[in-house]
Design a protein around this ligand. Structure first.
Ligand code: CP3
Length: 343
C-alpha cells in the first residue's frame, strides 16, 4: 500500500510529486472506448467482468496515471433495488419506471446478486493492474441517486426530491434509508473484491440548500463514509458547488475532499485547517484550450494547493467527450514536471 503514491496522498503522507487521475478517464473522449461501445451496450460493458476490466484499463495504454477508477455507473444502485435504465443518446440515462408514490418506495427491494459481476470485474482489474497503481471503487450518495430515481431522467433542477422531503418526510426517509442500505452493502462488497479506496459522487449536491443539506443529506453521507472508514480504506467525498457546504465537510470525516472547479483549493485548504487531503480541481473546459493555456492553468491549480502533502490532482468534474487525449497527456506531464517543487 505504501508503494501507491495515490494512497499516500490520501493519507497526507510524504510523496515525491502530486499523484494524478482524471474523473471519467475511461470514457467517450477515448477513440478506443467509442470503438468498444459500437460493439457492446453500456450495460454489457459494466456487467461483463472481462470487458469491465478492459475498459477500466483503457486509459493506461496511453497515460501514466496513479489510480484507475472501476468502469461502472452511480445508477447501478437503483437497478440493485429493482429499477432499470436505458442510455438514450442525447438525453442520458432514462429509467423505465420512476418513483411516483409511497408504494413505489415500499416496493424497492435489494437484490444483492445484482452486484456479483461488478465484484468479479473488480477482481479482474486488480489482477491486471500494476501494483503501484490504486484502484478506486465508487458509489453515488443517497441524495444524488434519489434525485434520479424520482425524476426518472436527467433534470435541470431536480425539484421532485425537494417536494418529497418537505411534503412527506416519512416517505423521503424510507427512500433514503433503502438507498443507503444498498450503498453500504455495495461499497463493502467492492472493498472485499479489492478496491483500494472509495469515492462518493455527490454530483447533485448543488440541488439542495445549505441549511437543508444538514438535515436531509449530511446524515446519509456520514453513514456511508463511516462504513468505508471502518474498513480502513480511504474515503473521498466529491460534491459540486462545494462552497455552500464547506462548514459541514470536516464533520463528514472523509479522508479526501474532492473539490469541484468553482472554488480555489487554497480557500478550501485554509477553511478545513489543512486537516484532510484535497483532490481536484482543474476546470474540465481547460482541456479544450491550447497547450499553453492547459499548462498555465494546471500550474495554477498546483500553486493554489501550495506546499506540502495531501493533494491529488484531478479535474473539478468529469472529462467531456470532445477532449483530445493529447490534452490529457499535457496535463499529466505538467503535473509530473512541476509538482515536485511544491513538495
Ligand atoms: O470515471 C470513470 O471513468 C468511471 C466511470 C463512471 C461513469 N459514470 C461512466 C459513464 C463514473 C465514475 C460515473 C459516475 C456518474 N454517472 C455520475 C457522477 C459523476 C458526474 O459526472 O457527476 C453521474 C451523475 C452518472 C450518471 C450518468 N451516467 C449520466 C448523467 C450519464 C450520461 C452522461 C453523458 O455524458 O452522456 C451516464 C452514462 C455514462 N457513465 C457514460 C460513461 C462512460 C457514457 C456512456 C456512453 O454513452 O457510452
Amino acid at each position: 500500500m505504501e508503494n501507491q503514491i495515490f494512497l499516500r496522498a490520501c493519507m497526507k503522507q510524504k510523496v515525491e510529486r502530486t499523484p494524478i487521475w482524471i474523473m471519467r478517464q475511461a470514457g467517450r473522449y477515448l477513440p478506443e472506448y467509442r470503438e468498444i461501445r459500437k460493439k457492446f451496450s453500456f450495460h454489457e460493458m459494466m456487467h461483463t467482468p472481462s470487458l469491465m476490466s478492459d475498459v477500466t484499463l483503457l486509459p493506461f495504454e496511453r497515460f501514466d496515471l496513479d489510480a484507475a477508477i472501476m468502469f461502472s455507473d452511480i445508477l447501478v444502485i437503483p437497478e440493485s433495488l429493482g429499477m432499470s435504465f436505458t442510455l438514450v443518446p442525447g438525453v442520458g440515462p432514462v429509467f423505465n419506471e420512476k418513483i411516483q408514490s409511497r408504494s413505489d418506495i415500499e416496493k424497492l427491494s435489494l437484490n444483492i446478486e445484482y452486484f456479483k459481476n461488478i465484484y468479479d470485474g473488480i477482481n479482474t482489474v486488480r489482477k491486471n493492474l500494476s501494483k503501484s497503481v490504486s484502484l478506486i471503487g465508487f458509489s453515488g450518495t443517497a441524495w444524488t441517486i434519489a434525485c434520479y430515481m424520482l425524476e426518472g431522467k436527467p433534470s435541470k433542477d431536480y425539484s421532485k426530491i425537494r417536494l418529497l422531503m418537505h411534503n412527506d418526510y416519512e416517505s423521503f426517509s424510507l427512500l433514503m434509508d433503502k438507498i443507503t442500505d444498498s450503498i453500504s452493502k455495495y461499497v463493502n462488497g467492492q472493498i472485499d473484491s479489492g478496491v483500494d479506496a472509495i469515492q462518493f459522487f455527490d454530483s447533485n449536491s448543488l440541488f439542495i440548500s445549505q441549511d437543508d443539506f444538514e438535515k436531509y443529506s449530511l446524515p446519509y453521507v456520514k453513514d456511508i463514509v463511516t462504513t468505508v472508514n471502518n474498513r480502513g480504506v480511504p474515503s473521498i467525498y466529491f460534491a459540486r458547488s462545494i462552497s455552500s457546504i464547506l462548514s459541514y465537510l470536516l464533520e463528514i470525516n472523509c479522508s479526501v475532499v474532492g473539490v469541484d472547479w468553482s472554488i480555489n483549493l487554497e480557500t478550501v485548504r485554509n477553511t478545513l485547517s489543512d486537516k484532510v487531503s484535497l483532490q481536484g480541481n482543474l476546470d474540465p473546459s481547460v482541456l479544450l484550450c491550447s497547450n499553453e493555456v492547459i499548462e498555465q492553468k494546471t500550474k495554477e491549480v498546483l500553486k493554489s494547493y501550495g506546499r506540502g502533502y495531501g493533494h491529488i490532482f484531478n479535474l473539478g468534474h468529469g472529462i467531456t467527450p470532445g477532449v483530445n487525449p493529447e490534452s490529457v497527456q499535457k496535463v499529466i506531464q505538467t503535473v509530473k514536471n512541476f509538482s515536485p517543487q511544491f513538495k
